[in-house]
Ligand binder design. Sequence first.
Ligand SMILES: C[S@@+](CC[C@H](N)C(=O)[O-])C[C@H]1O[C@@H](n2cnc3c(N)ncnc32)[C@H](O)[C@@H]1O
Length: 226
Amino acid sequence: MSRRLAAGTIEPVIVPRYWAPASHSPPLVETRWQSYLAGRTSEAAIAIDLGCGDGLRTQQMPHHFRQSIGVEFRHQRYQQALNQKQLFGSSAEFVQADVTALPVLPTASLLVVIGLLHHLAQPWLLLEQLAELGDEMYLCTNVADAPEEAYDLSDATEVCGWTGRWYRESPTNGYGGVEPYSFWPYGDSLRKMLWQVGWCTYEPFPLQRVGKFHRMQLVCTKGGRP
Ligand SMILES: C[S@@+](CC[C@H](N)C(=O)[O-])C[C@H]1O[C@@H](n2cnc3c(N)ncnc32)[C@H](O)[C@@H]1O
């Protein structure tokens, strides 16, 4: 059963912290994803890349799956994805849609959720829907167990039973969330959330510090549930 926030209840208090320069290490995110993807070739399978941005990752997936679909809300990103598709002659398909109101999509063998979940105000709702849509999910997301210098995060709070921190989004920056705030669960809360909505989790990679934040990369499956 979904635990939904009543409309208008999101009023997080975010204490400004000092701005620490980012020392992002996207290569590690990419290396881990590539090592996972290398073992996931299936000509029969469908993969869906949610919050696919400019679709570069989605374009790589037709080498591994029969059908690859990218879902992106922002028109500019979606248009970039279509342009790249033309440029690369890729068979990937793209849908412009909000993941909080997903259109009808085919059942997927693999759901790819990289850099999207920590931009949502109610991440548990998407995770619950995805548990209906796919057999396996590769999830890469920031979590609230952030170092002290993390900026734009509220103090710890509880929302619908999940412990985490609010993060102030910047909906105009073109890469982040489309809502003003997102909710980042703590790692432990995220594991419980995943389990409760129907996923078993496997963590092949240790928690990673990326600049000011901590990031988890998990593989979520349906197998082994009672
Ligand atoms: C940080 S980027 C990650 C892009 C890509 N997955 C990657 O790994 O490079 C997050 C993407 O999610 C998209 N996004 C954010 N909220 C969304 C929503 N509610 N529905 C669909 N896309 C969304 C953003 O527009 C942005 O392109």
